[in-house]
Design a binder for this molecule. Sequence first.
Ligand SMILES: [Fe+2]
Ligand SMILES: [Fe+2]
Length: 307
Amino acid sequence: MTRTAYRSIFANGTAEERAENFKTYFEFSTKLSGELIEPEKDLVLKRAKLKWFQDNPVRSKQPLPDADKFYRNYVEMHDDPNTLDKRTLLLTCVYKFARHEWVGVTGAWDATPTLAKARNLEDKISRYHLAEEFCHVRLFHEMFRTMQLEEVQWVPLGPTMQAVYRMFPYLPGFILDPPAFITELMGIVFYRHFDALLDVYFGEEPEARDRIRALLREITVDEVSHAGQRRNFIGPKGTAFAKLTLRPLFKAFFHDIKGCELIFDVERMIKDAEEFDYSLIEPEMMAQSWVPSYCLIGEGAPAEAVT
Ligand SMILES: [Fe+2]
Ligand SMILES: [Fe+2]
């Protein structure tokens, strides 16, 4: 039996390989997402997919036991997280994760040139990337609606964190690129763990579970390609630095999501990220995504060739 074999996502690529990868990535991204609708931070093909989900809604038959408890705790945790039922707690964690993403891309959007004013290919890639992230927030919103949580609002962070996220895109590449790569990798790992928990906490209502999973997969396919794209911005030194900072970044980020440790195995997520190669992702999802050439060994490579 043959299979696609991968190197670690921390494998090194030469400067020439990385320049070539930016080209293949942008071709992939425009084909996958369609035309950019700049004023609405949206993409033609992504919008069509979201519309399909909205036009064919699935709504939970077993909504949360106490929706008020979700609304009281989803932006800030006010109750003891131990007192929340696990589905409610899980959804507050997912919201908080997605909210960071939303705040981050909102700040970055204002700091990135429009497609018409892009100075180079990297600028165009970044603009497309950010628009895809805004599409993720819309898909998350549809997940909450699936659970009959129609009142979810996307609330800005406090002034200090908001300022940090606004400043972040103006940092020089050698400082910005490693953590930007790690946060994409964090996205993949978090979504894989969330996907596994759907069977644990939503197994009794397979329709809602499957819809949330389908929405999540749309997001994860993008994150898989984003992680490779952000990886492509950094050379060997930046990659080594990124690996060193992975653990403290994960720890700090998840520490901030109150109650997260009651549901998510943060140590396991860190390990999954440190050891990440694309074989962690199902082949069907990989078929829709993009991998840097230097992380790919090839079709039918013997298992021992994977390093
Ligand atoms: Fe995202
Ligand atoms: Fe992303």
